[in-house]
Design a protein around this ligand. Structure first.
Ligand SMILES: [Zn+2]
Length: 478
């Protein structure tokens, strides 16, 4: 039998002969220092398995491939040689713990599944308007006040129940260790200067108005941004990041930078005064300067900041400052950044945002998208699928939205943009999804017909989208 594998290995050769794969079949592991970090070779011959790798990651991936072979070959496997290495070093997935909170045990189940497919970056969205989910010892109100909201009304659905929860530093260390055992780097996101309502609810001086507010109960973009004209507010952010850097040993810290309305800055004395004093021309540059200051603060601590593409708008951030995550870039600012040598991660809204229904983003549409071409001829350093949780009210729903679409991220990130035709990928997904011990979406719903898509998308967006956005969402060219 020939195995089904996701991602498809770089090189897979059948050597004639067959092997029975008993549970006790001999496995030899050889250290091969000449192999790059994540690569490995795997040979199955005469009922024996030989693996070589130069790192824990390579060994982990060889084992992941072997597990897929065992799971899909029915006990007897055609003898083979696999020589494998990833196309991209960053193969990520985002989980939003703010809008709807799922705990450590649920996260571990997701991490197990993601690791099977050689995904290696867990982008953990920990702070937002609707909830602050990471314990910061110096500022306990962040989780005490900012981690609680009295109700949820996303999409007009009144849940009529409070929503609360956060990860203690001990739990975070446990998740980080759990990920390390699976060759996954955890990238925490502390979103700033926008999406800051929950933090301001905890410490009102962080906002421009000083008003007492509560964490938000609905989806959307909110005016409560960090007062970047206030030195104390900036020191606060740095103190938070000191603790964040201690908790997460990885190279990257995500500092957001998306969707920051300017209204409060415009009427703020401190922000206006700062712009005058420093000769800052506009609010895009005000944000850019702030992001640059935080990015260099992190660089001094040995970290690289990642920001969403909006923060490039002011023209302040250069490739030396940040890695950029592209999600929605109508003016194509990322292209210039990439052409200038900037590192970027591809997370296109219309293809890699998995919180939207399969009617809007079918598996086939996600698969057909070429992430390597999004910024012209300069390829990304990574790809990432995002799962925001405004409309995800159960863990089962979250899993169905991710699986199978997340397997496309695994395939494109590891095997490159043109690894195989969709029907072959589809068949492999059918064979391997059975091995994922989570609620996954049944095959009949991965690629709904156009009439069903329209119905599904309209139902999902009822009352919250213009017809123009709806058209764009359904346009598969996007
Ligand atoms: Zn201000």
């Amino acid at each position: 039998m020939k195995p089904s594998l996701i991602p498809l290995p770089k090189e897979l050769r059948y050597t004639g002969g067959r092997s029975a794969l008993r549970d006790d079949c001999p496995v030899t592991v050889t250290d091969a220092p000449e192999l790059p970090e994540e690569s490995y070779t795997l040979q199955i011959k005469n009922g024996a398995v030989q693996i070589s790798a130069s790192s824990e990651a390579g060994l982990f991936y060889a084992n992941a491939t072997f597990m897929q072979i065992k799971a899909t070959c029915g006990g007897v496997c055609d003898d083979l040689v696999v020589r494998d290495e990833p196309a991209l070093r960053y193969r990520g997935f985002l989980i939003d713990s703010c809008r709807h909170f799922y705990g450590a045990e649920e996260l571990k189940r997701l991490l197990d599944a993601a690791a099977q497919f050689k995904l290696n970056r867990f982008h953990w969205h920990l702070t937002d308007d609707q909830g602050w989910r990471i314990e910061i010892k110096r500022y306990p109100m962040l989780t005490e006040v900012g981690g609680y909201r009295s109700n949820s009304r996303f999409g007009g659905v009144d849940e009529q129940t409070p929503h609360a929860g956060f990860f203690t530093q001990a739990q975070i260390r446990e998740i980080v260790d759990y990920c390390a055992e699976r060759s996954i780097e955890v990238i925490p996101e502390i979103d700033m200067p926008g999406h800051f309502t929950a933090a301001i609810a905890a410490y009102p001086f962080l906002g421009c108005t000083g008003e007492r507010i509560e964490p938000t109960q609905k989806e959307g973009i909110f005016p409560n941004v960090l007062c970047v004209g206030n030195d104390e507010a900036i020191s606060f952010v740095k103190n938070v990041l000191d603790e964040v850097c201690d908790l997460f040993p990885g190279k990257h810290i995500h500092i957001g930078g998306d969707e920051a309305p300017r209204a409060h800055w415009k009427s703020c004395e401190k922000c206006t005064e700062k712009m005058k004093r420093l000769g800052i021309a506009d609010y895009d540059a005000l944000q850019g300067g702030f992001m640059k200051e935080i990015a260099s603060f992190l660089r001094e601590k040995g970290k690289t900041a990642i920001t969403w593409n909006e923060s490039l708008k002011g023209g302040v951030l250069s490739p030396a400052d940040v890695t950029v995550q592209r999600w929605m870039d109508r003016k194509n600012i990322c292209r210039a950044f990439a052409q200038a040598g900037g590192e970027w991660i591809e997370s296109d809204f219309y293809h890699y945002y998995f919180d939207y229904p399969y009617g809007m983003t079918p598996l086939k549409k996600t698969f057909a998208y070429d992430p390597f071409k999004a910024c012209g001829d300069r390829p990304p350093v990574g790809v990432e699928g995002a799962l925001w949780t405004e409309f995800v009210r159960s863990f089962d729903d979250l899993c169905e939205k991710l699986f199978p679409r997340l397997l496309v991220i695994a395939e494109k990130g590891w095997s490159g943009s043109d690894s195989r035709r969709y029907p072959d990928f589809y068949a492999a997904v059918c064979a391997l999804l059975r091995t994922v011990p989570l609620k996954t979406l049944p095959p009949g719903r991965w690629d709904p017909r156009v009439s069903a898509r329209l119905k599904e998308v309209k139902k999902f967006f009822r009352g919250s989208l213009s017809s123009e956005t709806l058209r764009q969402a359904l346009d598969s060219r996007k």
